[in-house]
Design a protein around this ligand. Structure first.
Ligand SMILES: Cc1cc2nc3c(=O)[nH]c(=O)nc-3n(C[C@H](O)[C@H](O)[C@H](O)COP(=O)(O)OP(=O)(O)OC[C@H]3O[C@@H](n4cnc5c(N)ncnc54)[C@H](O)[C@@H]3O)c2cc1C
Length: 322
């Protein structure tokens, strides 16, 4: 039997859960789902449609909102009772976080962000493919364990209802959760009204190591203001403490979808490109004509950003008669 952790946010189902259920079905064995917290109880009929024959509904005071420690304790508790052949979750931040905690508690191997073909639940060794580095690397992985822990790569599987929908029998239970798990539970949610965000801005002016310092971003801020956009940056910048991580574009930052991305003093490493490539027009400003960002950009200006960025701002202002 395969157990699938169904991700939800206070009862609102994460669509990736259907991808995980579809993936689990491909092993051609019984699939059970688990939901954590009473707010998710209503999800059972939707899970049956994707092939889950039972839904284990964990109820506990520490499962009222997301918490990786409490979630992991609940899963470990159910795994000890059911002894499934595998525990799967979504390849999301939450899915990966919770299963990493489960793996640590069980001292078991965990394969994150997998996809695969010709899957065979009865095989001792499961051959899987891991999608890594934002999709730029596909890695073959083999897992052998009493309970295989894996997350299903996001959007790697088309979520498909089961040909013969099941009636998912609700099976409520109270897991054992250590009180210390309360330390990492969402207690409150405050929505900040910040106007444009990096993810939604139509213009992003990005700065990399070439900017040189935190103060060096002032000309980029000025240009972003003129263009009605926001400032982004590379990880070299956040690593140096020049800007907050919320400004970082890339695999471990934000994926932008701007109409225009001006990448200033950024080399264009694959992890940055993964976040930048959604922009419709990319303009690189770089002293190095061979930099990845330059060769991949729609337009490039070869030169010192400290001269070029203020010059663009001045040209825009002059056209506007400011
Ligand atoms: C697991 C992992 C995840 C990562 N995630 C991310 C991520 O989310 N986002 C990210 O950005 N990176 C990420 N990285 C880091 C990434 O690999 C690069 O190290 C990083 O993007 C480099 O930043 P950079 O381009 O600013 O710096 P560099 O690579 O040092 O490039 C600086 C560029 O500035 C140019 N330059 C220098 N001076 C000037 C000047 N005066 N005028 C114009 N150009 C100038 C140089 O020619 C060069 O091209 C990740 C790495 C790993 C291993």
């Amino acid at each position: 039997m395969i157990l699938v952790l169904v991700e939800h946010d206070r009862g609102v189902l994460a669509p990736a859960s259907f991808e995980a259920l579809t993936f689990a079905r491909a092993f051609d064995c019984e699939v059970h789902a688990i939901t954590l917290g009473a707010p998710a109880d209503e999800l059972a009929p939707y899970l049956g449609a994707y092939g889950a024959t039972a839904v284990h509904q964990a109820h506990h005071d520490l499962l009222v909102d997301y918490g990786p420690d409490a979630s992991a304790d609940a899963l470990v508790s159910l795994v000890a009772t059911l002894k499934p052949g595998a525990l799967m979750a979504t390849g999301t931040d939450r899915g990966n976080e919770v299963l990493a905690h489960v793996a640590a508690r069980l001292d078991a191997p965990f394969v994150a962000n997998v996809t695969g073909e010709n899957l065979d639940a009865s095989a001792d060794r499961w051959e899987l493919t891991r999608i890594r580095w934002g999709g730029s690397l596909h890695e073959r992985a083999t897992i052998t364990a009493d309970v295989r822990l894996l997350t299903v790569a996001l959007h790697a599987v088309e979520p498909t209802p089961a040909p013969a929908p099941a009636v998912a029998t609700p099976m409520p239970f109270t897991p054992t959760i250590d009180p210390s798990a309360a330390i990492t539970i969402v207690r409150d949610r405050v929505k900040r009204e910040v106007g444009q965000t990096l993810a939604t801005a139509s213009v992003v002016v990005g700065g990399g190591r070439g900017v040189g310092s935190a103060e060096g971003f002032e000309p980029l801020e000025a240009l972003a203001r003129e263009l009605g956009g926001v400032v982004g940056c590379s990880r070299a910048v956040t690593n140096n403490g020049w800007r907050n991580h919320t400004d970082q574009v890339g695999q471990t930052g934000t994926r932008i979808g701007a109409d225009v991305y001006l990448a200033c003093g950024i080399s264009g490493a694959i992890q940055h490109w993964v976040g930048a490539s959604g922009a419709k027009c990319i303009i690189a400003i770089n002293t190095d004509a061979a930099a990845n960002m330059v060769t991949k950009a729609d337009y490039a200006v070869i030169g010192d950003l400290h001269e070029i960025v203020p010059a663009i701002t001045a040209a825009i202002r002059s056209r506007r008669g400011v």
